[in-house]
Design a protein around this ligand. Structure first.
Ligand code: E4P
Length: 223
């Protein structure tokens, strides 16, 4: 199951890669503009940090299929590494995904709110689809259930397309999509760090250390 960072902040990406088993980085235009840096130099820096063994997901900005295709090719030529192009699942986006599949450019169908959007993107040749859990919840839908239905649909019909669940505002949403079979999650750094946060774990670690120190002082097991 993939664990992906949803951020373009270089320091946060470096820190998370150092500590966690990270498979890639997703960006979108809103995430990029927060950094107030030039688009391609920033993406190149992220690509260098994560290396070829991880995937970097970069989103297109245009609306018409011909422009999306041009942009996708340019992104792939300009950004080194293992780049997957994120394309919104509009009519034009699906048209672009079909063409990009034919010429061997890997894509992720993004802004997914329904199982049928995911189905069309997978059938058009997307390698991933990204359902937006929290944004679905905010529309009084059930984001976790949409992820579950998409996963069932794609697996039942043997599409070679992974469900990378996205848009999380809390750990409970991540917990639920993991249990329901999503192939991966992409989450902001603070959400990923929250996976390991538990007061009982911290208290246990402290009490083990206190017991040890009472008996042996600062002595370590390593000479
Ligand atoms: C990831 O691919 C999406 O762009 C992202 O998860 C959207 O998240 P948000 O709803 O927190 O902006």
């Amino acid at each position: 199951m993939l664990l992906v960072i949803d951020s373009a902040n270089v320091e946060e990406i470096k820190e998370l890669i150092d500590y966690y088993p990270i498979d890639g980085v997703t960006t979108n235009p809103s995430i990029i503009v927060k950094e107030k840096l030039d688009f391609f130099p920033l993406l190149k820096e992220i690509s260098e940090i994560i290396g070829n063994e991880r995937e970097l997901f970069v989103q297109t900005l245009t609306f018409k299929a011909e422009d999306i295709i041009k942009e996708a090719k340019y992104i792939r030529e300009t950004v080194p590494g293992n780049v997957v192009v994120k394309i919104p699942v509009t009519n034009e986006g699906i048209k672009a995904i079909k063409t990009l599949k034919e010429i061997g450019i890997r894509t992720l169908g993004t802004t997914v709110y329904t199982p049928l959007q995911a189905y069309v993107a997978a059938k058009a040749g997307a390698s991933y689809v990204a359902p937006y859990v929290n944004r679905i919840d905010n529309l009084t839908g059930n984001g976790v259930n949409v992820v579950k239905e998409i996963t069932q649909l794609l697996e039942k019909h043997h599409y070679n397309c992974q469900v990378l669940a996205a848009s999380f505002k809390n750990i409970q949403q991540v917990h639920n999509v993991c249990l329901d079979g999503a192939h991966g999650v992409t989450a902001a750094p603070d959400i990923i760090k929250g996976f390991l946060t538990h007061p009982a774990t911290e208290a246990n670690v402290q009490s083990f250390s206190d017991d040890w120190q009472k008996a042996y002082g600062e002595k370590s097991v390593v000479n």
